[in-house]
Design a protein around this ligand. Structure first.
Ligand code: SER
Length: 352
């Protein structure tokens, strides 16, 4: 991945960066970006519920296999390191969360609570705010019917907040917990603002990576269609051809988080921001995939559950607050995403 532009403004903070969910899709891309940015000059602590593969652990100074929802394990990590930033990526995604809602609640909410507490304790110990970067999601939105979805169009951060999945409910709860820790926790924000959690969050659309394939999400049909075509495998898409939600590329997603992390706090009018890049229908993705892989064999076999989830998410998100406050702008629109990032990388990956 190319080093994000914002890294030129890399902070002078020398504390440790703790990354949860380091074994996931975004963790993969982020660890690489941190390795390029810090060249080992800053302690990167990677955490995942499973042991990280050796090549991924190599990007971190220390790797822990531990469950975010275990408070004692998280406390212990917090005491062993001088953590000044937490990038909390670990979560059970929307489709997986509907299979085990109680497990999703435990991992997504209790895991976040444990890490917010770690950040708060670390801020008090250090006497400086601890940054808490949190990927939220389009799944926090919920529109009741397809007609409402069409009428809502591009949704801003303050509307349609009635998620229908446990994952969406969990992420929304953590956004609020982040607000509490940033502004009210033990009234520290008023008395000792230097000891607070500096919570910053982005609501991501579906993300497409050329390097990894997601699992357990409902936006997975985008990347699955593409990776199947590149491997010459047929693909039965689990939503209707007219299903429309926003997507962005993984390099843009990682860059957006890094740019938000680098933005001066005073410029941020919100704690949680939408970002958006392009919003194709499933059929438009399939057509674009066929442009580059003419033999792609995509059919449609919508499933009730996943279709309901996609129908409840907005067609697109209004990201004007991010553009205004911290200069967000995607590098990849729909055409550039395929021509400049996805297709060249995926062809190199599968040798096609
Ligand atoms: N990609 C996620 C999912 O599909 C949405 O944030 O669950």
């Amino acid at each position: 991945m190319t080093e994000p532009k914002s890294s030129r403004a890399a902070s002078t903070d020398t504390g440790a960066i703790l990354v949860s969910g380091a074994g996931g899709e975004m963790g993969h891309a982020l660890l690489e970006a941190f390795a390029q940015r810090y060249h080992g000059k800053r302690e990167i602590i990677a955490m995942d519920v499973r042991e990280l593969p050796k090549d991924r652990a190599a990007h971190a100074s220390k790797a822990y296999a531990c469950d975010v929802s275990d408070p004692a394990a998280i406390d212990d990590i917090g005491l062993k390191h001088d953590v000044s930033e937490v990038w909390h990526l670990a979560a059970l995604l929307s489709t997986r969360g509907e299979k085990s809602p109680e497990l999703a609640l435990k991992v997504n909410v209790m895991g976040s609570a444990n890490l917010l507490k770690l950040a708060a304790d670390s801020a008090v110990r250090r006497g400086t705010p601890v940054k808490f970067m949190f990927p939220s999601t389009i799944a926090i939105y919920g529109v009741p019917t397809l007609a409402d979805k069409r009428a809502a169009g591009r949704v801003d951060e303050d509307h349609c907040l009635e998620p229908i999945t446990m994952y969406g409910v969990n992420k929304r709860a953590v956004e609020e917990m982040g607000r509490y820790y940033a502004r009210h926790y033990r009234l520290l924000a008023a008395d000792r603002p230097e000891c607070t959690v500096d919570f910053r969050s982005i609501r991501f659309p579906g993300i497409i990576s050329a390097d990894t394939v997601p699992s357990g999400g409902t936006s997975d049909y985008g990347p699955e269609m593409l990776h199947s075509a590149a491997q010459g495998k047929p693909y039965a898409c689990f939503v209707r051809p007219d299903s429309r939600i926003p997507f962005m590329t993984m390099p843009d997603a990682v860059r957006s988080l890094m740019e938000l992390a680098d933005a001066p706090r005073a410029k941020l009018s919100r704690l949680v921001y939408n970002v958006s890049a392009f919003a194709p229908s499933a059929e438009e993705i399939a057509a674009k995939v066929r442009e580059f892989f003419p033999k792609a064999d995509t059919t449609y076999a919508p499933t009730l559950e996943r279709q309901r989830i996609i129908d409840s998410w907005p067609e697109d998100c209004d990201d004007s607050a991010a553009r205004r406050d911290w200069g967000w702008k995607p590098q990849h629109d729909f055409n550039r995403a395929f021509a400049e990032y996805i297709v060249p990388k995926i062809k190199a990956r599968y040798g096609c």
